[in-house]
Design a protein around this ligand. Structure first.
Ligand code: ADP
Ligand code: ZN
Ligand code: ZN
Length: 718
């Protein structure tokens, strides 16, 4: 690995600065420096007319450079070194270098984006001032720093929890080799979080400096996790990292982790790049969740990087273990267990003998068209309410109705800027585009023909809330009071703290029926919910995306997992309203049979040579017109074909398949036209080599009207 080579020219520093991918700047810029600075040091350097933050990078291996190193005299000097900040570890630098290489971005862009924004923006003086302010709020009393984590409030572990921990910490079967990543496959409610808490405790006790990183997919889940960790580790400095924090908070958390004062870091996907010099454990909760894949910038997968980071930390001399957890692991991770690359830890039992809910399918084909709730579901809801328990109804569409339409002329509430309909929001009588934000008041009459009878089609959570209230209008609580229905979705939780307040209401039993989007289906430990109903799951059954069934299965299993978490509640039920009750997905769901489902899915994937049996990358282009987007991709396609031809020579196969460009399924967003093309490789290495040779060529394919292009390696949505 060249990153280890430190044969630098005296006085010359290689510095990574934020330079966009596909710009013509080299990955590292050379600067002169009077003092020698270790790799990983933070510096401020001139770049054009600006002064920017940079990271001193390992000197490249000179023997591999054709050109002579630049003479010191021609180089600009660094402006300021920031010694107070210490340096970024070599494992951290290798992680960032890997990420840039693997996701085909520039090193500087990726590395600098991984630092908190304030660190990049403040000048040397401001930073020095900022560093003098201790982050008191986060720091525990000094005398307690050495104390071991308190485990007093821990419950007695179940046999399965004990076994999982023993296996996870068992010394490696092959001494001298890396510990394999572990996948904790535990049913919803089997007590995975407790295993995380114990793993962290154990690692922190094992070494006075060790740090642990615990990731969750959603920012919503951080307060709950934070509360559990703070309650357990009262003596430790714990920091959080997620996008909802102010720049000052982010800098503060970052500094505490970087200086190793914080021993526990809790965060969303961004926290995978936290600087933590003594990282000994990384936990990825709900590892299957698509939120771990970033949807912009480098589009990295924080889950995959967690596995890589543990490996790099270990290679750099201090062992770091990684624990992935889920009730419904990604097929990639499951396959890795099947192949023995990951260690599988299983927990089948729910805590306290609580049973998983029974699946009830409501066959909507036998009911009159337009039926909103199957009668047996309504009856079951009444019983739940009568028993003083709670129900959760979920629908993956917020707003009142997904489209407003005119019966007379066929007008629909299309967004003028996107190839999508604007959603009708009844509360403020607006039409809102969920893609570009375009918002207008609902017209009094059809804008095309003047018909005043324009009507909402379909339903979103707002309408569901209204409909269920109407359907159960005569139903009262056990004590005769009116039913309490609460809706939780992105619209009800815009204000800071709103979600927490709403969840608290549910936990306190102040709600009988909870209506929501998938936001409420994951992770939450609801104690009183005994019925969960998915009202419209059919669309996902027939999606063209090959991952849609995997996602739907996980969603329904996770949703079911919110029910019956308390053994004292009566038998829990999971309802699905569907027009396809015979679909094999439901048979597996009824058995809570993730394994059977995973096996069947993997067989299909193997036959079709789809991931994880092949590797994919998407090249996406955005342009003023669809023609330009596609023309650019056509050029790229031609270049790729030329390459695969020459790469093939007279040998059989490069293992690379390039598919022709197509418009994206959501073709236009905010007046930008989008198209994409898929590249598939039979091996990761082959795909990587191909991308590295192909993408740099695209920079010269200039087209008028082209806005940008980007590659998505291991895309989750096609
Ligand atoms: P999961 O993350 O697997 O869905 P949790 O870790 O949230 O499950 O655990 C479910 C519930 O069981 C939580 O309320 C937790 O406090 C409780 N719990 C976990 N382990 C134990 C245990 N060994 N004994 C008693 N209660 C436990
Ligand atoms: Zn009309
Ligand atoms: Zn729009």
């Amino acid at each position: 690995m060249p990153a280890k080579n430190n044969t630098s020219v005296p006085g010359v520093l290689q510095v990574a600065v934020a330079a966009p991918a596909h710009s013509d700047l080299p990955a590292l810029l050379s600067y002169s420096s009077e003092q020698p600075l270790a790799a990983g040091s933070l510096v401020r350097v001139p770049l054009g007319s600006r002064e920017v933050l940079g990271i001193v990078w390992d000197a490249p291996d000179l023997s591999s450079l054709a050109a002579a190193p630049p003479a010191t005299a021609t180089l600009k000097p660094i402006e300021a070194a920031l010694p107070e900040l210490g340096h970024l570890s070599s494992a951290w630098r290798q992680l960032l270098a890997f990420s840039a290489r693997y996701y085909q971005r520039s090193l500087g862009e990726v590395a600098l984006a991984a630092l908190p924004p304030q660190l990049r923006e403040l000048d040397a003086l401001q930073l020095a001032r900022r560093l003098k302010k201790p982050a008191r709020a986060f720091t525990p009393a000094a005398d307690s720093l050495a104390a071991s984590p308190s485990l007093t409030s821990s419950p007695t572990l179940t046999d399965e929890q004990t076994q999982a921990l023993a296996d996870f910490f068992a010394p490696s079967q092959q001494p001298g080799l890396l510990q394999r990543p572990a996948l904790l496959m535990g049913s919803t409610g089997s007590g995975k979080t407790e295993v995380y808490l114990h793993s962290v405790a154990r690692v922190l006790q094992g070494s006075p400096t060790a740090q642990a990183l615990v990731m969750v997919p959603e920012i919503n889940l951080t307060p709950q996790l934070e509360a559990r960790f703070r309650a357990r580790f009262t003596q430790e400095c714990i920091v959080t990292m997620h996008s909802g924090m102010t720049p000052a908070q982010r800098l503060s958390s970052w500094l505490l982790a970087h200086s190793a004062q914080a021993r526990i870091i809790l965060g969303t996907r961004m926290s995978i790049f936290a600087s933590a010099p003594h990282l000994a454990l990384i936990i990825v909760d709900e590892e299957h969740d698509a939120s771990y894949k970033s949807q912009d910038g480098a589009r990295h997968s924080a889950r995959d990087l967690a596995v890589m980071r543990a490996k790099l930390e270990t290679e750099n001399g201090h062992s770091c273990q990684v624990l992935l957890g889920s009730a419904t692991p990604s097929l990639e991770s499951w396959q890795a267990c099947e192949q023995g690359r990951y260690l599988r830890l299983q927990m089948h039992q729910r805590i306290g003998q609580a049973r998983l809910p029974q699946l009830r399918l409501a066959d909507m084909r036998v009911l009159p068209r337009g039926t909103l709730f199957a009668p047996p579901l309504l009856a079951a809801l009444q019983e739940v309410v009568a028993r003083g328990e709670q129900a959760l109804l979920f629908l993956n569409r917020r707003g009142y109705a997904p489209v407003l339409a005119c019966d007379a002329c066929g007008w629909k509430s299309e967004c003028p800027h996107c190839s999508a309909y604007r959603v009708f929001h009844k509360s403020d009588r607006s039409l809102r585009c969920h893609h570009c934000g375009h918002t207008e008041r609902v017209p009094r009459a059809c804008p095309e023909c003047g018909n005043i009878d324009i009507a909402p089609l379909g339903r979103g959570t707002q309408k569901l809330e209204e409909q269920i209230a109407l359907a159960l209008i005569d139903v009262k609580q056990a004590d005769g009071n009116a039913l309490r229905i609460l809706r939780i979705d992105a619209d009800t939780t815009k204000l800071k703290g709103a979600l927490q307040a709403q969840l608290a209401q549910v936990h306190a039993g102040e709600v009988d029926i909870l209506v929501g989007t998938q936001m409420v289906t994951k992770g939450h430990d609801f104690r009183r919910i005994s019925l969960v109903a998915a009202l419209d799951a059919d669309a996902a059954l027939f999606s063209s995306d090959f991952r849609a069934p995997e996602r739907l299965f996980a969603l329904l299993m996770q949703a079911a997992g919110r029910a019956g978490r308390d053994a004292s509640a009566s038998a829990a039920q999971m309802w699905v309203q569907t027009r396809n009750p015979g679909h094999p997905l439901f048979a597996a769901l009824a058995q809570h049979d993730y394994e059977g489902y995973a096996r069947a899915q993997l067989q299909e994937r193997a036959q079709a040579q789809l991931p994880p049996f092949s590797y994919q990358a998407l090249l996406r282009a955005e342009a003023r017109s669809q023609e330009v987007a596609q023309a650019f991709l056509q050029d790229a396609f031609a270049a790729a074909q030329a390459m695969t031809n020459t790469m093939t020579g007279d040998k059989a196969n490069t293992g690379i398949t390039v598919y022709p460009p197509v418009p994206m399924s959501l073709q236009r967003v905010a007046d930008v036209e989008r198209a994409q093309m898929l590249v598939e490789g039979s091996a990761r290495g082959a795909l990587q080599a191909f991308l590295a040779a192909w993408l740099p060529q695209l920079r010269s394919f200039k087209r008028k009207g082209l806005i940008r292009f980007a590659v998505d390696v291991d895309p989750l949505q096609i």
